[in-house]
Design a protein around this ligand. Structure first.
Ligand code: HAM
Length: 417
């Protein structure tokens, strides 16, 4: 038996409604904040992620699904959405439109990671990106969108952690301080981090190796190195969050695992879903558009993992909607199959979910099936019923029989809905 690849998941027919529910809520939250949906390719030229996400990150160094494509440039299944949205923004000249530009996406992403609860190799993100504004109000708006989305789902107990990792200017001083700190431990760091030491010492802080984590514990913190502008920006973001009634904690250890961030970074974290507790992560990336396309356009956004969100909602016993069931099932006999087909088709054309037997089953198994699929009403359609036009609608929950004209069934069901 061929099985699905490691770290992937099937969404079975009896659980797909949960995904539809979440996606609908995400679309609604994004629309309320006036973010427009964008769709973009599942794979991109590998260089986009190398330059965008950064070639000293775990994502680029260890986790990308990269393949050669019949003599063309190397391609990679997207590990995240931001780099692609920036590419799309540049390639389509969207910077020439009105700014800020606000986009959202719901996409599968791919990372070659060790699978565990809440960590998959194919997972799904709901993300947003905003372009064109350096103002701290924008940071607060993006955070408030994630916050409002979680609230609309009834989620409680998430902690919002925020930090500032400054701009390239203040980062220079910080990188020097980091190097001074790590230098005596250089030989103990993992091989990847030894390579990061010169190029990007901040990456050592979010290395997953336990030894590097232990060493990095007391590393200098970016917050102590912020320049005046970055400090003021961070103060204002905090002020707006407070004004909106959004509680947060400062976590000076957040550096995020992707290279493009500047200034504000944030994560929504749960302690109810195991080790992979970060449900949402994001921040500002004022240099990324310039890095990829020579246009100086600031940006910011977040992405949240839908699998982790479902885990969390299930842990909290929250509703993820419900499965749709048919309004009515027509139990037919060989001589009334044609009439049943006609009636079902007629109801479906009016938007009513109706079912009839497609298996040539007898009456009892048909009733059993109708019960199993959760039909709200059943109608036994014998020759007499077809002739007289008079039937009984059986309420499957109460067992009550409601007499009805065949021609009135649509109106009856619409009224009950
Ligand atoms: P990220 O922190 O790499 O950020 O991923 C965002 C979220 O995706 C995580 O918080 C987590 O919920 C989910 N996630 C990541 N990896 C996995 C995995 N292997 N399995 C399951 N879920 C996972 C980004 O991707 C940035 N592009 C976010 C962003 C948008 N920043 C600015 N704009």
């Amino acid at each position: 038996m061929i099985q699905k690849p490691k770290g992937t998941k099937d969404v079975l027919p009896n659980e797909s409604y949960k995904w539809q529910f979440l996606e609908e809520k995400a679309r609604k939250a994004a629309a309320t904040f006036h973010f427009k949906e964008v769709r973009f390719p599942t794979f991109e030229v590998t260089e986009l992620f190398q330059r965008g996400v950064g070639d000293t990150t775990d994502v680029v160094q260890k986790e990308m699904y990269t393949f050669e494509s019949k003599g063309e440039a190397s391609l990679t299944l997207r590990p995240e959405g931001t780099a692609s949205v920036v590419r799309m923004f540049l390639e389509n000249g969207l910077y020439g439109g009105s700014l800020p530009a606000k986009y959202y996406y719901i996409i599968p992403c791919f990372r070659y990671e060790k699978p565990q609860a809440g960590r998959l190799r194919e997972f799904h993100q709901f993300g947003v990106e905003m372009f064109g504004t350096q103002q701290p109000q924008a940071d607060a708006e993006v955070i408030s969108l994630a916050y409002e989305f979680f609230r609309s789902l009834g989620i409680t107990g998430l902690t919002l952690n925020i930090n500032s990792i400054g701009c390239p200017e203040c980062r220079k001083k910080y990188n020097e301080a980091l190097k001074d700190y790590f230098r005596p431990h250089l030989g103990e760091l993992c091989e990847t981090c030894q390579g990061r030491f010169e190029k990007n010492p901040m990456r050592i802080i979010d290395c997953k190796s336990p030894i590097c984590q232990e060493i990095a514990k007391n590393a200098p913190r970016m917050l102590d190195y912020l320049c005046d502008e970055c400090k003021e920006h961070f103060e204002k973001v905090k002020g707006y969050l407070t004004a909106m009634g959004i509680e947060y904690q400062i976590d000076p250890n957040i550096v995020r695992g992707l290279d493009y961030y500047t200034k504000t970074v944030f994560e929504f974290v749960s302690n109810q879903i195991g080790a992979q507790g970060t449900v949402c992560g994001g921040g500002r990336y004022d240099g990324l558009v310039q890095e990829l396309g020579e246009k100086q356009v600031p940006g910011l956004g977040f992405a949240m993992g839908l699998e982790r969100l479902i885990l969390l909602m299930e842990a909290q016993g929250l509703s993820l909607g419900q499965d749709e069931t048919p309004e009515v099932f027509f139990v037919s006999f060989p001589e009334t199959v044609e009439k049943a087909m006609q009636l079902v088709h007629d109801l479906r054309c009016q938007g009513i979910t109706a079912e009839c037997d497609l298996m040539g089953k007898g009456m009892k198994p048909q009733m059993k099936y109708a019960n199993k699929i959760g039909a709200k009403y059943t109608v036994v359609l014998g020759g007499n019923e077809v002739e007289s036009g008079q039937v009984n609608l059986k309420d499957m929950a109460s067992g009550e029989n409601i007499p009805c004209q065949l021609s009135d069934i649509a109106a009856f069901l619409k009224e009950r809905k």
